[in-house]
Write a protein that binds this ligand. Sequence first.
Ligand code: ASP
Length: 342
Amino acid sequence: MNRRKFINKSAVAGAGIATGASLMACNNLSTSTGDVDNNAFAKAQKENIKKPSPIAICTWGFSGATAKAGELLDGGSSALDAIIAGVAVEEENIENTTVGIGATPDREGNVTLDACVMNPEGDCGAVLAVENIVNVAALARKVMEETPHVILAGKGAEEFAYEQGFTKQKLLTEERKEAWKEWLKTSDYKPEINIENHDTIGMLAIDNNGDIAGACTTSGLGYKMKGRVGDSPIIGSGLFIDNEVGGAVATGMGEEVLKTVGSFLIVELMRSGMSPQAACEEAIHRITKKGARYKDFQIAYIAMNKSGETGSHCIHKGFTMMKYQNKKNENISSSFYDTKNS
Ligand code: ASP
C-alpha cells in the first residue's frame, strides 16, 4: 500500500481522535525520495481530530489568569488575545514576586523581566531583561507583530515599548527592596524548590477555531546575576507551539530547561504520537537521568495537544497546573518524578 493511500485509509477509519500509533505510523512513513511528508501527516491529523471546547491552562495556581483567559475564549476571543490578557493578571499582581510589578530583583537591585509569545501561525516574539515595563508578554507580542525581528533585549526592548505606547513604571516595590537588602547580608544565591509556590506564568490556550497560542512571562530567578536570562523567553525552551500538534511551556530552573530545549522536545514527542502527559514525563526524564543534581532544583512542564488533552509533570512534589474549560477552573496537582525525596 503506498503512503498516501495509507493516510487516506487511516483518515477514513479514524472516526474521532486518531490513535498515537496510527499518527506515528504516518509520521514514520517516507516519500519515494526518502523525505518525511509532513504535510500529509498534518492533513491526516487534521482529519482525525475533533475540535475541543476552548481551554486555557497555566503553570502554578494562578486561577485569576485562567479565569480571565477562559472568559475571553468562551466569548469568542482568539487564543492569542486570551493568553495575553490572562498572563497580564499576574504581571499586574503586586503580590506575585516572580512576575511583572512587585517581582524580586537581581543581585544589584534591578527588576528585569523576560517574556515570549507564539501564535498559531508559528510566529513568535520575545523580550529579554526589560526594565520598567509591566506587561512584557504584550510587549513580546508587539515585537512579533510590529518588527522584522523575533527578540529585542534590554534598553532596545524598553525604548521600543515606549514607541508602542507602553508606560514607564517602577517595578521594584518597597517590600521587595527591603527583602533584597536583607538578602545582601549573606548574598547566598540558592534558589529553593517551590519556596514561594508560585513562579513564572506560562499559559497555553486553544480557542473556538481549534487554534493554539502560548505565552511565558517572568522575572526569572531571584537575585540572579545582572544580565542573566533564563529559559522563559527562549522559544523552544520556555515555550513552544506547533498549531498542527500542540504546545508546551516550562517553569523552574531555567538553565536546565535550556540545556534540553524542553518545550520543543515535548511538542516533537507529541508529534510522534505521545500524549501530553507522557511527553512531559519524558522531558523531565531527560533532565533527571543526567545525575543526582536534580535533587536541588524544581522543573515543571505543562502541555496541551490539538484535541485538547493536557498533561503536566515535574521533578519534585508541589507543582500544580490551572485548567479552565467549560466554566470549570481547576487547580490540578501534577505528577512528579522524585517520589523518594519529595
Ligand atoms: N524558568 C524561570 C527562569 O529560569 C524561573 C521560574 O520559572 O521559576 O528564569
